[in-house]
Write a protein that binds this ligand. Structure first.
Ligand SMILES: Cc1ncc(COP(=O)(O)O)c(C=O)c1O
Ligand SMILES: [Zn+2]
Length: 405
Protein backbone atom coordinates (compact mmCIF):
# COMPACT_ATOMS: atom_id res chain seq x y z
CA UNK A 1 0.00 0.00 0.00
CA UNK A 2 1.25 3.45 -0.84
CA UNK A 3 2.12 5.31 2.36
CA UNK A 4 0.50 8.66 2.83
CA UNK A 5 -0.19 11.28 5.43
CA UNK A 6 -2.89 13.90 5.78
CA UNK A 7 -1.77 17.51 5.62
CA UNK A 8 -3.79 20.56 6.65
CA UNK A 9 -3.00 23.44 4.27
CA UNK A 10 -4.76 25.88 6.63
CA UNK A 11 -2.71 25.34 9.80
CA UNK A 12 0.15 23.36 8.20
CA UNK A 13 -0.19 20.40 10.57
CA UNK A 14 0.29 16.75 9.54
CA UNK A 15 -1.77 13.80 10.69
CA UNK A 16 -1.87 10.05 10.34
CA UNK A 17 -4.89 8.77 8.40
CA UNK A 18 -6.86 7.28 11.28
CA UNK A 19 -10.27 5.70 10.62
CA UNK A 20 -12.31 8.68 11.78
CA UNK A 21 -10.05 11.33 10.28
CA UNK A 22 -11.99 13.51 7.84
CA UNK A 23 -11.01 17.11 8.68
CA UNK A 24 -8.11 18.67 10.58
CA UNK A 25 -8.38 17.82 14.29
CA UNK A 26 -6.67 21.12 15.10
CA UNK A 27 -8.48 23.71 13.02
CA UNK A 28 -11.31 21.87 11.22
CA UNK A 29 -9.82 22.63 7.79
CA UNK A 30 -10.05 20.22 4.84
CA UNK A 31 -7.17 17.78 4.68
CA UNK A 32 -4.97 16.90 1.75
CA UNK A 33 -3.41 13.49 1.08
CA UNK A 34 0.38 13.63 0.71
CA UNK A 35 2.78 10.99 -0.62
CA UNK A 36 6.52 10.49 -0.82
CA UNK A 37 6.80 11.68 -4.42
CA UNK A 38 10.49 10.75 -4.81
CA UNK A 39 9.65 7.16 -3.89
CA UNK A 40 6.81 7.11 -6.44
CA UNK A 41 8.84 8.33 -9.42
CA UNK A 42 9.83 4.85 -10.46
CA UNK A 43 6.36 3.32 -10.27
CA UNK A 44 4.87 6.23 -12.22
CA UNK A 45 7.40 6.79 -14.98
CA UNK A 46 6.21 7.54 -18.51
CA UNK A 47 7.60 4.15 -19.62
CA UNK A 48 5.78 2.19 -16.92
CA UNK A 49 2.52 3.91 -17.70
CA UNK A 50 2.93 3.41 -21.46
CA UNK A 51 3.40 -0.33 -20.87
CA UNK A 52 0.34 -0.59 -18.60
CA UNK A 53 -2.66 -1.88 -20.56
CA UNK A 54 -5.21 -1.01 -17.85
CA UNK A 55 -7.20 1.94 -19.27
CA UNK A 56 -9.02 2.67 -15.99
CA UNK A 57 -8.11 5.07 -13.19
CA UNK A 58 -6.40 2.14 -11.46
CA UNK A 59 -3.42 2.55 -13.79
CA UNK A 60 -2.54 5.30 -11.27
CA UNK A 61 -3.04 3.04 -8.24
CA UNK A 62 0.50 3.73 -6.97
CA UNK A 63 -0.58 7.29 -6.16
CA UNK A 64 -4.03 6.50 -4.77
CA UNK A 65 -4.52 6.05 -1.00
CA UNK A 66 -6.24 2.68 -1.02
CA UNK A 67 -5.33 -0.92 -0.35
CA UNK A 68 -8.28 -3.18 -1.16
CA UNK A 69 -8.14 -4.36 -4.80
CA UNK A 70 -10.87 -2.66 -6.84
CA UNK A 71 -13.37 -5.23 -8.10
CA UNK A 72 -16.02 -2.75 -9.13
CA UNK A 73 -17.32 -1.21 -12.35
CA UNK A 74 -14.47 -0.20 -14.67
CA UNK A 75 -14.11 3.55 -14.93
CA UNK A 76 -11.75 6.15 -16.33
CA UNK A 77 -10.06 6.52 -19.68
CA UNK A 78 -12.85 8.81 -20.93
CA UNK A 79 -12.49 10.50 -24.33
CA UNK A 80 -10.66 13.79 -24.66
CA UNK A 81 -12.74 15.06 -27.54
CA UNK A 82 -11.04 17.27 -30.13
CA UNK A 83 -13.36 20.26 -30.62
CA UNK A 84 -12.34 22.31 -33.69
CA UNK A 85 -15.67 24.15 -33.85
CA UNK A 86 -15.29 25.24 -30.25
CA UNK A 87 -11.69 26.33 -30.92
CA UNK A 88 -12.88 28.44 -33.87
CA UNK A 89 -15.69 30.01 -31.83
CA UNK A 90 -13.29 30.79 -28.98
CA UNK A 91 -10.55 32.08 -31.28
CA UNK A 92 -7.91 29.75 -29.82
CA UNK A 93 -5.48 27.28 -31.39
CA UNK A 94 -7.05 24.13 -29.99
CA UNK A 95 -10.01 23.17 -27.79
CA UNK A 96 -10.71 19.87 -26.07
CA UNK A 97 -13.63 18.53 -24.07
CA UNK A 98 -13.00 15.83 -21.49
CA UNK A 99 -16.16 13.76 -21.76
CA UNK A 100 -16.83 12.43 -18.29
CA UNK A 101 -20.52 12.08 -19.05
CA UNK A 102 -19.53 8.56 -20.08
CA UNK A 103 -18.52 7.28 -16.67
CA UNK A 104 -20.68 4.42 -15.25
CA UNK A 105 -23.26 6.54 -13.43
CA UNK A 106 -23.09 9.34 -16.01
CA UNK A 107 -21.07 11.84 -14.02
CA UNK A 108 -17.55 12.86 -13.05
CA UNK A 109 -18.38 11.91 -9.44
CA UNK A 110 -17.57 8.27 -10.22
CA UNK A 111 -13.88 9.16 -10.04
CA UNK A 112 -14.36 10.34 -6.47
CA UNK A 113 -16.71 7.58 -5.40
CA UNK A 114 -14.46 4.75 -6.58
CA UNK A 115 -11.63 5.90 -4.32
CA UNK A 116 -13.94 6.93 -1.46
CA UNK A 117 -15.73 3.58 -1.47
CA UNK A 118 -12.49 1.62 -1.57
CA UNK A 119 -11.29 3.61 1.41
CA UNK A 120 -14.52 2.61 3.20
CA UNK A 121 -13.70 -1.04 2.46
CA UNK A 122 -10.11 -0.54 3.67
CA UNK A 123 -11.56 0.61 6.98
CA UNK A 124 -14.01 -2.30 7.22
CA UNK A 125 -17.22 -0.32 6.71
CA UNK A 126 -20.32 -1.84 5.13
CA UNK A 127 -22.47 1.30 4.87
CA UNK A 128 -21.56 4.50 3.07
CA UNK A 129 -23.44 7.72 3.48
CA UNK A 130 -23.18 11.19 2.04
CA UNK A 131 -25.07 14.27 1.03
CA UNK A 132 -25.28 15.22 -2.59
CA UNK A 133 -27.05 17.43 -5.05
CA UNK A 134 -27.65 14.17 -6.91
CA UNK A 135 -24.62 13.02 -8.85
CA UNK A 136 -22.33 12.05 -5.99
CA UNK A 137 -25.34 10.20 -4.61
CA UNK A 138 -26.18 8.28 -7.76
CA UNK A 139 -22.51 7.58 -8.26
CA UNK A 140 -22.19 6.19 -4.72
CA UNK A 141 -25.30 4.08 -5.24
CA UNK A 142 -24.11 2.74 -8.60
CA UNK A 143 -20.56 1.89 -7.62
CA UNK A 144 -21.60 0.42 -4.24
CA UNK A 145 -23.46 -2.46 -5.89
CA UNK A 146 -20.54 -4.57 -7.12
CA UNK A 147 -18.46 -3.60 -4.10
CA UNK A 148 -21.08 -5.03 -1.76
CA UNK A 149 -21.59 -1.76 0.12
CA UNK A 150 -24.89 -0.33 1.24
CA UNK A 151 -25.58 3.31 0.32
CA UNK A 152 -27.67 5.65 2.47
CA UNK A 153 -27.92 9.04 0.83
CA UNK A 154 -29.13 12.51 1.79
CA UNK A 155 -30.37 14.73 -1.04
CA UNK A 156 -32.19 18.06 -1.19
CA UNK A 157 -35.88 17.51 -1.83
CA UNK A 158 -35.64 19.38 -5.14
CA UNK A 159 -33.06 17.02 -6.72
CA UNK A 160 -33.94 16.26 -10.39
CA UNK A 161 -36.21 13.19 -10.69
CA UNK A 162 -33.82 11.30 -13.00
CA UNK A 163 -31.09 11.40 -10.37
CA UNK A 164 -33.50 10.22 -7.66
CA UNK A 165 -34.79 7.43 -9.90
CA UNK A 166 -31.23 6.35 -10.59
CA UNK A 167 -30.50 6.19 -6.85
CA UNK A 168 -33.57 4.09 -6.15
CA UNK A 169 -32.89 1.74 -9.06
CA UNK A 170 -29.47 0.91 -7.67
CA UNK A 171 -30.97 0.12 -4.29
CA UNK A 172 -29.77 3.08 -2.25
CA UNK A 173 -31.78 4.20 0.73
CA UNK A 174 -32.67 7.79 -0.14
CA UNK A 175 -33.42 10.43 2.46
CA UNK A 176 -34.83 13.59 0.88
CA UNK A 177 -34.22 16.52 3.20
CA UNK A 178 -36.80 19.27 3.30
CA UNK A 179 -34.26 21.97 2.60
CA UNK A 180 -31.24 22.80 0.47
CA UNK A 181 -28.13 20.80 -0.39
CA UNK A 182 -26.40 22.63 2.47
CA UNK A 183 -29.10 21.38 4.88
CA UNK A 184 -28.67 17.82 3.57
CA UNK A 185 -24.91 18.15 4.02
CA UNK A 186 -25.22 19.22 7.66
CA UNK A 187 -27.73 16.47 8.46
CA UNK A 188 -25.47 13.83 6.91
CA UNK A 189 -22.60 15.00 9.13
CA UNK A 190 -24.78 14.80 12.23
CA UNK A 191 -25.92 11.29 11.23
CA UNK A 192 -22.33 10.22 10.55
CA UNK A 193 -21.24 11.35 14.00
CA UNK A 194 -24.26 9.68 15.59
CA UNK A 195 -24.28 6.32 13.78
CA UNK A 196 -20.62 5.90 12.83
CA UNK A 197 -21.26 5.33 9.11
CA UNK A 198 -18.59 6.06 6.52
CA UNK A 199 -19.10 9.54 5.02
CA UNK A 200 -17.98 10.40 1.48
CA UNK A 201 -19.16 14.03 1.44
CA UNK A 202 -17.57 16.30 -1.11
CA UNK A 203 -15.25 18.83 0.49
CA UNK A 204 -15.14 16.86 3.75
CA UNK A 205 -13.81 13.40 2.98
CA UNK A 206 -10.16 13.91 1.89
CA UNK A 207 -10.21 10.88 -0.43
CA UNK A 208 -12.74 12.16 -2.96
CA UNK A 209 -10.16 14.64 -4.24
CA UNK A 210 -7.78 11.73 -4.82
CA UNK A 211 -10.21 10.16 -7.24
CA UNK A 212 -10.92 13.47 -8.93
CA UNK A 213 -7.26 14.16 -9.62
CA UNK A 214 -7.16 11.19 -12.04
CA UNK A 215 -8.84 13.38 -14.67
CA UNK A 216 -5.68 15.49 -14.86
CA UNK A 217 -3.48 12.42 -15.14
CA UNK A 218 -5.63 11.25 -18.04
CA UNK A 219 -5.64 14.63 -19.82
CA UNK A 220 -1.85 14.92 -19.61
CA UNK A 221 -1.29 11.35 -20.71
CA UNK A 222 -3.80 11.66 -23.58
CA UNK A 223 -1.92 14.75 -24.77
CA UNK A 224 1.44 12.91 -24.74
CA UNK A 225 2.49 14.59 -21.46
CA UNK A 226 1.67 18.09 -22.61
CA UNK A 227 -0.87 20.16 -20.75
CA UNK A 228 -3.45 22.65 -21.97
CA UNK A 229 -2.81 26.33 -21.29
CA UNK A 230 -6.17 26.64 -19.56
CA UNK A 231 -8.53 24.06 -18.08
CA UNK A 232 -12.13 25.19 -17.37
CA UNK A 233 -13.85 23.50 -14.45
CA UNK A 234 -17.47 23.79 -13.26
CA UNK A 235 -17.46 24.72 -9.59
CA UNK A 236 -19.97 24.07 -6.83
CA UNK A 237 -18.18 23.02 -3.66
CA UNK A 238 -14.89 23.34 -5.52
CA UNK A 239 -13.71 19.81 -4.90
CA UNK A 240 -13.46 18.90 -8.58
CA UNK A 241 -11.28 21.93 -9.11
CA UNK A 242 -8.96 21.16 -6.19
CA UNK A 243 -8.73 17.60 -7.49
CA UNK A 244 -7.82 18.82 -10.99
CA UNK A 245 -5.21 21.15 -9.49
CA UNK A 246 -3.73 18.42 -7.29
CA UNK A 247 -3.49 16.04 -10.22
CA UNK A 248 -1.44 18.45 -12.31
CA UNK A 249 0.70 19.51 -9.33
CA UNK A 250 1.54 15.88 -8.59
CA UNK A 251 2.52 15.29 -12.21
CA UNK A 252 4.93 18.22 -11.91
CA UNK A 253 6.36 16.74 -8.67
CA UNK A 254 6.78 13.38 -10.35
CA UNK A 255 8.63 15.03 -13.24
CA UNK A 256 6.02 13.86 -15.75
CA UNK A 257 5.07 17.35 -16.92
CA UNK A 258 6.88 20.66 -16.72
CA UNK A 259 4.12 22.99 -15.64
CA UNK A 260 0.53 22.90 -14.48
CA UNK A 261 -2.18 24.68 -16.51
CA UNK A 262 -4.10 27.78 -15.50
CA UNK A 263 -7.46 26.89 -14.03
CA UNK A 264 -10.70 28.68 -14.87
CA UNK A 265 -13.27 28.30 -12.08
CA UNK A 266 -16.71 28.63 -13.65
CA UNK A 267 -19.75 29.21 -11.45
CA UNK A 268 -23.38 29.99 -12.06
CA UNK A 269 -24.12 33.65 -11.35
CA UNK A 270 -26.69 32.60 -8.75
CA UNK A 271 -24.19 30.41 -6.89
CA UNK A 272 -20.94 32.31 -7.14
CA UNK A 273 -19.38 32.38 -3.67
CA UNK A 274 -16.00 31.24 -4.98
CA UNK A 275 -15.88 33.67 -7.92
CA UNK A 276 -16.73 36.50 -5.51
CA UNK A 277 -13.89 35.43 -3.24
CA UNK A 278 -11.50 35.24 -6.20
CA UNK A 279 -12.48 38.74 -7.29
CA UNK A 280 -12.21 40.06 -3.76
CA UNK A 281 -10.18 39.28 -0.67
CA UNK A 282 -10.14 35.51 -1.11
CA UNK A 283 -12.49 34.92 1.80
CA UNK A 284 -15.51 32.69 1.18
CA UNK A 285 -18.82 34.20 2.23
CA UNK A 286 -22.03 32.21 1.74
CA UNK A 287 -24.51 33.25 -0.94
CA UNK A 288 -28.04 31.95 -1.38
CA UNK A 289 -27.20 29.36 -4.04
CA UNK A 290 -29.84 29.39 -6.75
CA UNK A 291 -29.28 28.22 -10.31
CA UNK A 292 -30.74 25.94 -12.97
CA UNK A 293 -27.49 23.97 -12.71
CA UNK A 294 -28.59 22.01 -9.65
CA UNK A 295 -25.27 20.15 -9.31
CA UNK A 296 -23.44 23.40 -8.62
CA UNK A 297 -26.15 25.11 -6.60
CA UNK A 298 -24.26 25.62 -3.36
CA UNK A 299 -24.56 28.34 -0.72
CA UNK A 300 -21.42 27.60 1.28
CA UNK A 301 -18.78 25.86 -0.87
CA UNK A 302 -17.23 23.13 1.26
CA UNK A 303 -13.88 23.18 -0.50
CA UNK A 304 -13.93 26.92 -1.14
CA UNK A 305 -10.74 27.99 0.62
CA UNK A 306 -8.58 25.46 -1.17
CA UNK A 307 -10.30 26.25 -4.47
CA UNK A 308 -9.38 29.92 -4.16
CA UNK A 309 -5.80 28.98 -3.38
CA UNK A 310 -5.59 26.51 -6.25
CA UNK A 311 -6.98 28.91 -8.84
CA UNK A 312 -4.64 31.69 -7.73
CA UNK A 313 -1.59 29.39 -7.60
CA UNK A 314 -2.34 28.26 -11.16
CA UNK A 315 -2.45 31.80 -12.52
CA UNK A 316 -6.08 31.30 -13.45
CA UNK A 317 -9.24 33.18 -12.55
CA UNK A 318 -12.94 32.80 -11.81
CA UNK A 319 -15.86 33.61 -14.06
CA UNK A 320 -19.64 33.53 -13.63
CA UNK A 321 -22.21 32.61 -16.24
CA UNK A 322 -25.96 33.26 -16.19
CA UNK A 323 -28.56 30.50 -16.22
CA UNK A 324 -29.40 31.63 -19.73
CA UNK A 325 -25.81 31.11 -20.87
CA UNK A 326 -25.77 27.70 -19.18
CA UNK A 327 -28.99 26.59 -20.87
CA UNK A 328 -27.75 27.89 -24.24
CA UNK A 329 -24.57 25.88 -23.81
CA UNK A 330 -26.57 22.60 -23.73
CA UNK A 331 -27.48 22.62 -27.45
CA UNK A 332 -24.19 24.40 -28.18
CA UNK A 333 -22.07 21.58 -26.76
CA UNK A 334 -24.29 18.95 -28.37
CA UNK A 335 -24.30 20.56 -31.82
CA UNK A 336 -20.81 22.06 -32.03
CA UNK A 337 -18.88 19.33 -30.21
CA UNK A 338 -21.10 16.23 -29.98
CA UNK A 339 -21.35 15.96 -26.20
CA UNK A 340 -24.73 15.92 -24.40
CA UNK A 341 -24.42 17.28 -20.89
CA UNK A 342 -26.60 18.47 -18.02
CA UNK A 343 -26.54 22.17 -16.98
CA UNK A 344 -23.52 21.83 -14.65
CA UNK A 345 -21.91 19.62 -17.27
CA UNK A 346 -21.92 22.42 -19.87
CA UNK A 347 -20.97 25.17 -17.43
CA UNK A 348 -17.22 24.93 -18.10
CA UNK A 349 -17.85 25.37 -21.82
CA UNK A 350 -20.18 28.30 -21.10
CA UNK A 351 -17.35 29.79 -19.03
CA UNK A 352 -14.90 29.49 -21.92
CA UNK A 353 -17.38 31.16 -24.27
CA UNK A 354 -17.85 33.99 -21.78
CA UNK A 355 -14.08 34.34 -21.29
CA UNK A 356 -13.62 34.56 -25.07
CA UNK A 357 -16.28 37.28 -25.31
CA UNK A 358 -14.43 39.21 -22.62
CA UNK A 359 -11.18 38.88 -24.62
CA UNK A 360 -9.47 36.82 -21.94
CA UNK A 361 -8.23 33.93 -24.09
CA UNK A 362 -4.89 34.09 -25.88
CA UNK A 363 -5.17 32.97 -29.54
CA UNK A 364 -2.15 30.68 -29.14
CA UNK A 365 -3.74 28.65 -26.35
CA UNK A 366 -4.93 25.08 -26.11
CA UNK A 367 -7.94 25.08 -23.81
CA UNK A 368 -9.89 22.23 -22.26
CA UNK A 369 -13.32 22.04 -20.64
CA UNK A 370 -14.60 19.32 -18.37
CA UNK A 371 -18.03 17.92 -19.27
CA UNK A 372 -19.07 16.49 -15.94
CA UNK A 373 -22.58 15.04 -16.16
CA UNK A 374 -24.77 13.60 -18.91
CA UNK A 375 -27.74 15.50 -20.33
CA UNK A 376 -30.00 12.56 -19.50
CA UNK A 377 -29.70 13.47 -15.81
CA UNK A 378 -31.94 16.51 -16.15
CA UNK A 379 -34.24 16.36 -19.15
CA UNK A 380 -36.49 19.14 -17.82
CA UNK A 381 -33.62 21.62 -18.07
CA UNK A 382 -32.79 20.43 -21.58
CA UNK A 383 -36.36 21.20 -22.61
CA UNK A 384 -36.05 24.66 -21.07
CA UNK A 385 -32.92 25.25 -23.16
CA UNK A 386 -33.16 26.75 -26.67
CA UNK A 387 -33.36 23.33 -28.33
CA UNK A 388 -36.50 23.96 -30.42
CA UNK A 389 -39.55 21.72 -30.35
CA UNK A 390 -40.90 18.66 -32.09
CA UNK A 391 -43.22 18.87 -35.10
CA UNK A 392 -46.46 17.07 -34.30
CA UNK A 393 -48.46 15.78 -37.26
CA UNK A 394 -51.47 13.58 -37.97
CA UNK A 395 -50.37 10.20 -39.45
CA UNK A 396 -50.81 11.20 -43.13
CA UNK A 397 -48.54 12.45 -45.90
CA UNK A 398 -50.88 15.41 -46.42
CA UNK A 399 -50.48 16.52 -42.85
CA UNK A 400 -46.70 16.07 -43.09
CA UNK A 401 -46.53 18.15 -46.28
CA UNK A 402 -48.53 20.92 -44.65
CA UNK A 403 -46.33 20.86 -41.57
CA UNK A 404 -43.14 21.01 -43.61
CA UNK A 405 -44.38 23.64 -46.07
C1 LIG B 1 -22.12 17.41 -13.06
C2 LIG B 1 -21.36 18.14 -12.00
N1 LIG B 1 -20.53 19.14 -12.37
C3 LIG B 1 -19.84 19.87 -11.46
C4 LIG B 1 -19.98 19.64 -10.11
C5 LIG B 1 -19.23 20.52 -9.16
O1 LIG B 1 -18.30 19.82 -8.38
P1 LIG B 1 -17.80 20.47 -7.00
O2 LIG B 1 -19.00 20.52 -6.11
O3 LIG B 1 -16.76 19.54 -6.51
O4 LIG B 1 -17.28 21.83 -7.32
C6 LIG B 1 -20.82 18.62 -9.67
C7 LIG B 1 -21.02 18.36 -8.24
O5 LIG B 1 -22.01 17.77 -7.82
C8 LIG B 1 -21.53 17.85 -10.64
O6 LIG B 1 -22.36 16.87 -10.28
ZN1 LIG C 1 -5.61 22.53 10.42
Amino acid sequence: MTDFTLHCPACLSDHSPGPERYVCPRCGGNLEVRYDYEALKNALSRERLAADRDPTVWRYRAILPVQTPYKGLPLGGTPLVEAPNLAADLGVARALVKDDTRLPSGSFKDRASSVGLLRALDLGHTLVTGASTGNAASSTATLSVPLGLQARIFIPQAAPPAKVAQLLAFGAQVIAVEGTYDDAFDLSLAATAHYGWYNRNTGYNPYTREGKKTVSFEIAEQLGWLVPDLVAVPVGDGNILTGVAKGFEELVRLGLIERAPRLLAVQAAGSDAIVRALEGDGVIRPVSGDTVADSISVSLPRDGDLTVRAVRASGGWGIRVSDEEILAAIPYLARRVGVFAEPAGVTATAGLLAAARQGLLDPSWTVAALATGTGLKDIASVRRAPVGDVITVAPSLDALQRALA
